[in-house]
Design a protein around this ligand. Structure first.
Ligand code: BMA
Length: 400
């Protein structure tokens, strides 16, 4: 057909062509198939729909508000968090109610990471009593902080730690030898989540991040110890059992790999858009040296693109530098590279690991060499700490 192309027409045509190329690129770059390293067939049907709605359509009002408000904050600021921020610090440990972050900056973090390995017993893997953990989680919520929880479940076959890599995933899937045991563990998890309620009965939203770093080989659910298909079945069973059978409705689900190189690699074990709210990755390595920061940023860019095309949120779910040996690490190695990248800056949050003692810590204490830089990091308007957060649990026009 003959068409007279005006300048306006060319612009429209160009826009459509560019749009089409981007779309094709996105679709093909995120296409699953054979992994670079494995030959496991992957169910491609799970990659098709891009859903705006969260995994759980019966989310509590506050959890839904958290999801919506995190979406609104994209690109405007990044929540800063720490594992065990108010249960242990460099020279103190629970039950003292402290916070190394507040000691140095005067404010609490916006996000708190917690660990529930051992749930059902009196204390978790790091000797924090569950009763105390519950208190700290509810306190964080009352201050409008965001809680995220990992679960280093002990190896369900051997009873060894999460780092015991005996291949156990296939044994806990439905109709397998340890399935009932796994269900009993999920019941403990659900009871804990059900107990996260304030005095007025509002249940505390949690970003749940089970079976993380799944492309590493150090956990029993990691690469090499289960197939992508087994991992995906485990994830889907876990979500549906918690949500549909045990009626837990205060969770957003975060899926996290360790470092990765391509979207295809990232998506190799991705459980599907109906099963994930937040796509995350954990990367300690790339932000520790000037030579590798660009790799870290490239991964965040891929993550933001993956999240955007699937209507998910993205996050740097763990990062940090044990002992923070570089004086200006916070502003020069972490904040500036992320903030100045127009794509990477769209991640919703980043979290550093815990302060256990003087040999294992990820935020500075008062006299630590990076403390002045950490204060600058906090004062930057792009980093969100508790005092910058506002009420993330209400939507406009609602009361908490
Ligand atoms: C690791 C270390 C351990 C801890 C585990 C689970 O990275 O901090 O000391 O037991 O995480 O929290």
């Amino acid at each position: 057909m003959f068409v007279i192309i005006t300048r306006f027409g060319i612009r429209v045509l160009l826009r459509w062509t560019v749009g089409f190329v981007i779309l094709v690129n996105l679709l093909t770059s995120c296409q699953p198939g054979k992994s670079r390293t494995g030959n496991q067939p992957v169910d491609t049907s799970r990659f098709i729909p891009a859903v705006e709605k969260p995994v759980d359509s019966l989310l509590t009002r506050e959890t839904n508000a958290l999801w919506q408000n995190l979406k609104k904050k994209q690109g405007k600021g990044i929540l800063f968090g720490q594992q065990d921020a108010t249960t242990s610090g460099v020279d103190w440990k629970s039950p003292v109610a402290g916070s190394d972050i507040r000691d140095v900056t005067g404010t609490f973090p916006a996000l708190y990471g917690w660990e529930i390995s051992g749930v059902g017993n009196p204390s978790n893997i790091d000797s924090i009593p569950f009763a105390l953990l519950r208190e700290r989680i509810i306190e964080a919520y009352s201050r409008s902080g965001v809680n995220t929880i990992t679960w280093h479940l002990r190896n369900p076959v051997t009873g060894g730690s999460a780092w015991d890599t005996y291949p156990a995933v296939r044994e806990i899937l439905p109709d397998s030898s340890r399935h009932e045991f796994y269900k009993s563990q999920l019941k403990e998890v659900a009871s804990f989540f059900h107990l996260l309620k304030t005095g007025t009965g509002s249940s505390v939203p949690v970003i749940f991040r089970p079976f993380h770093e799944n492309n590493g080989n150090w956990f029993w659910w990691g690469k090499g110890h289960c197939t992508p298909d087994e991992y995906i079945r485990l994830w889907r069973f876990t979500v549906s059992y918690l949500r549909d059978s045990l009626k837990v409705h205060n969770l957003l689900y975060a899926y996290s790999t360790d470092m990765f190189e391509t979207p295809m690699q990232y998506l190799e074990r991705y459980p599907g858009d109906d099963w994930v709210d937040i796509v995350g990755c954990e990367n300690y390595w790339d932000f520790q040296s000037g030579a590798t920061i660009s790799n870290g940023i490239a991964q965040l860019r891929m993550l933001v693109h993956i999240a955007g095309s699937r209507k998910k949120l993205s996050a740097l779910t763990e990062c940090g530098f044990d002992g923070i040996p570089i004086k200006n690490w916070w502003t020069q190695y972490l904040l500036t590279p992320i903030k100045s990248d127009s794509v990477a800056r769209n991640i919703s949050y980043l979290m550093v690991w815990r302060n256990a003692n003087r040999k294992h810590y990820y935020v500075p204490f008062r006299e630590q060499k990076s403390a002045p830089d950490f204060i600058q990091f906090e004062q930057d308007t792009f980093t969100l700490f508790e005092k910058d957060l506002g009420d993330i649990y209400t939507l406009k026009g609602q009361n908490r």
